[in-house]
Design a protein around this ligand. Sequence first.
Ligand SMILES: [Zn+2]
Length: 710
Amino acid sequence: MIYEQKAVLSSYVIINQAMDFPFGVTFYPDQWPKEYWETAFSQIAESGFNLVRFGEMAWNWIEPREGDFKFEDLDKALELADKYGLKVLLGIPTSMAPPWLVRKHPDTRPVSNQGTLYPEYGPRPNICRDSGTYKKYAERMIRKLVDRYKGHPAVRYWQIDNEPVYPPLDSTTNEDFCHCPDTRAAFVLWALKKYGSLEKINEVWGAKFWTNEFGELEDITTPKTGLWDAGNPHIFLDWYRFKTDSLKAFLEWEKDLVLEYDKSRKIGTNGFLGICPRVPDHDRLAEKMDWYGWDIYPMGGKNSPQQIGEMADWWRSFSSHRKTEFHVTELQGGPNVRWGYPGYIEGPEIRTWTHQIVAHGAKSILYHQWRTAIFGGEAGGFGILNADGSRTKRLEAIEKAGQEIKKAVQTLHAHELKPKAAVAYLRSSDIQTYQEQGPPRAIAGQWEQVRADLGHTHGLDSCQGAHQVLWNYYNPAAFVFERHLEDGELPYKVLLVPNPYLLKEDHAATLKKFVEKGGVLITESRFGAKNENAHIHQKGLLGELLNITCDHIETIGDRIAIPKIRCYAYGFRDLISGADEVLMEYEDGYPAFIEKKIGRGRVLYATFSLFMSIGKIGNSRLASYVRRHLPLPEFFLKDKDSIEMVLWEGSDTPILYVINHSPKKEKFEIDVPEKYLKAEDALTDKGFEIEKGKLPITIAGRGVLVLHLS
Ligand SMILES: [Zn+2]
């Protein structure tokens, strides 16, 4: 069926304005014939959307030749959006320079560690954001664009750049970027500012090793190898810190330019979760943004409900203790092409993704994208509508989700997510593990056989394992970052610290204090083996925490059995002596799990890479074992993998957001405190009786309940 217009203009303008939750789609007018624009905007509004995103990759659309700005088309697109009551998230297209700029200034292109230039067009970003020449052109374009639309009634948000990362966006090459002269100069300045003198730089970077000491600032270059090639681990660590700081400064420069003209609209940018060599530290980038957008393709990533929930928890946590809003800038609206798993998306799964993301605290949702692209690198993909513009079950599901989340958001309005458990992501440890272990390598020498598989994704695999322990036990969970260890803010009952390889003494002290005050700390192999600059802690920090000695840290070649729970350990292993509270041993007799009470709390220590063994290897028996060491949650749904329950808290009346991720009908009970007697579903007004703390639920396949307890 070809899409038919069903409503009259005035009625849906009113409906959409009533729903303030930003709910929209990407639609790129510059990629469609002008005759289609009005149809598109009217149908978008009619489907219940109130926001459209475009412009973020369209520099050439507004400046087709150097200095020759043409805004007629953008004027028309904004006018049409406004006519149909739609607000616009307008992109500032700095992530990809037009061919005229690259032709005139080829030195703006990113340079890899091997000296190759990134392609002129195709993958992005095709320019180095440290290039002064590029920034001059970007600034002129930003000023023209923002000055023109600063007062436009349709513009609701500004998006600066798009997915600011260093190339490459995927892992098909192991090249590192950017090593151009501008970036090198910025790196040297950054180091000098951080350390104050060349002498200090040499000391922190351990430059005495193999005659690397720098005599002049001119001697410093960007690091071009990892440890597998005898690269310098300390410079490498600072190199990644610099890259984040540099991108953060770029985004804030761009934001400040917008603010010169427009102080009333919220400004942000977007990104996706990825391994440390490919993406910057999102927690740092998000700091000064009014909103920070998450781009999520659950089918493309073959993500389980736990993984989607985990990523949502990451994203929400980037805003914790900040004013930054958690937005979703791209939620997969149709099947993947080009990258990712290309599985078909019928429709109903998008509805449950939408609920899950709202349940985890998102303050807006935009789907990608309105209609299947008919040309370009993503032709045939991602469309909610078919390529011919006809309706799909995907659109039906999204329209339904839009109606439902409107009710859900109204119900959740006076409630909040208050995670009781958190996972610490230690980015310095992640970078260092990657630097030491390196990317996957094709040549399997003895050295590579042991190591090559570990480093690339060790940090994220470990976080996933930790989140898996908490999944549906403490939901939502929070992520905490180095800044939280710095300021000592850990308001949780339970803290999981995966990959605790690099720790400042102060950070270890914060963790110990957390335990003394009654917290449960679960952590693993290599605890505080190195300091924040990746120098060995000569005494190690494990002794201070657990009063034991780590005699050696080894890389487990294959795997090693823990017979008592019929599990295997993978990754790294501490060979421990002097522990008196050993819960479990390996087959060779070394301690595998140690427990220790400190003050009012306790520590569970795994002497191997526990969380990676759960997250990457998928050892659910290990996850259950760890869960037995957690305090029981107040609201408890036992062992139902396809069902998710997220707790929202109010002054006295909690809400349980319950989602059935499977297409099968399910029956189960939720344990709740005995003072609650009834629950009412905000979506259907249906009531449920609670008897002696047991809330019995029957839920349809892909069903959703927003249960308000009283
Ligand atoms: Zn560069």
